[in-house]
Design a protein around this ligand. Sequence first.
Ligand SMILES: Cc1ncc(COP(=O)(O)O)c(C=O)c1O
Length: 389
Amino acid sequence: MTSNALMNTYGQRALSLVKGEGAHVWDDQGKQYLDALAGIAVCGLGHAHPAVTAAITAQASTLVHCSNLYNIPAQEALADKLSALSGMSNMFFSNSGAEANEAAIKIARLHGHAQGIELPTIIVAEQAFHGRTLATLSATGNRKVHAGFEPLVRGFSRAPFDDIDAIRAIGENNPNIVAVFVEPIQGEGGINIPAPDYLQQLRSLCDDKGWLLMLDEIQTANGRTGTFFHYQQHNILPDVVTIAKGLGNGMPIGACLSHGPAAQLMQPGNHGSTFGGNPIACAAALATLETIERENLAQRASDLGTHLLKAFSAALADCDKVKDIRGSGLMIGIELSEPCAELVASAAAQGLLINVTAANVIRLLPPLIFSDQQADQLVDILVSLIKAF
Ligand SMILES: Cc1ncc(COP(=O)(O)O)c(C=O)c1O
């Protein structure tokens, strides 16, 4: 089934997915696929998870919407849960990752203006991806995302990723810097993992300079990289962290979490959203977090990720098309020596959903509930496709 009534933002799409259960989805022809992408890091609990379905159903039959003019009990319960999981103190709920990042950017600007800085400027990274709204695409470090949408929003200064000296140098020359905003691991940019001390170095630099450390954990959080938030592996606390994707296991919800002085900057009237923090999205997110915690799925992501990295490295050791295999938990990249977008269609033909990003990086983001047997099936299919490519 194809409709001409959609705006052409996603190009031609090959599959119509109509049903999902656990780590599998089915198309409109009844064909089954093993889903190693989870809606791009969204359905961490797999599809149609009973706990999330029950939470959505119960909330939908009680109260679907309620304005943020009123207290929303599900939103408050979710905020308390996230606060306990993250160590952050105050949060704002949005409908998407880009909107969570908009809130973060606004907090950084408030932080600058509070110090009399008229052109508050945020350091962002090359190859970063922060979203498609005007401010977040301006923060994004990819020319293709900017093209056609100029003029870009001002107030961003770009440094190479994983280069603390470059950030220090920008700070020496620009008195308007108020924050550093990076992904702890770049997702769309190609699963780029920085040096192990990068986040700690950023934390101390931001402390020295009075800048906010803001992390975009939209792809890395919700258990995906082996801890609930990735920063928890580096013993630091950011001032601001944004999450979305896996938070609602498919219900549209994001959050901007803040801590310390950054948490005091937003005041009534500064920011808001009609749907952000909606009762159904919050009920689904709360059920998602409780399930990740109860079933210890962050640890599962860590263990299975280690197993998958070993299995791919062993099976592809003598394959000269493979430049690198890297990952953290269930966020895995296999970098080939040449562009490989066609692999997406060849994998789908074999009943496997994967993604290719940054032209030549096969990106795997399977659900955290992937079984050992499903992991082995993923390795078998993908290794043979790469070898034949
Ligand atoms: C790191 C990161 N930030 C922000 C976004 C934007 O999120 P959304 O598409 O929900 O607006 C994404 C989406 O891929 C992302 O990976």
